[in-house]
Ligand binder design. Structure first.
Ligand SMILES: [Zn+2]
Length: 87
């Protein structure tokens, strides 16, 4: 099947799958690593970077984008920036 003029992902037939085991394993490992990275990142940004204990603000639907550079509100972000600039 062509998508935007290019062929999409190739899925081997069931009888052919043993010949693609290496690729499947590699892709699974990459997927697990990406999930672990995302989990670590979310752990790191669990609470406000300013240290006020509030949960970090994300953009509405996208939970991968920090709203106030890792802080809960714009006030906290300003305080945190002032503190990091002083150091
Ligand atoms: Zn805060």
């Amino acid at each position: 099947m062509k998508i935007n003029g290019r062929y999409g992902r190739f899925t081997p037939r069931t009888s052919q799958q043993p010949y693609y085991a290496k690729r499947a394993k590699r892709e699974q490992r990459a997927q697990l690593e990406a999930a672990a990275r995302l989990r670590d990142w979310l752990d790191k940004h669990n609470t406000c970077a300013n240290g006020c204990g509030q949960p970090v603000a994300f953009y509405d639907t996208i939970h991968y984008t920090l709203r106030h550079s890792g802080c809960c509100s714009s006030e906290c972000e300003a305080a945190w920036l002032a503190r990091s600039e002083a150091n």
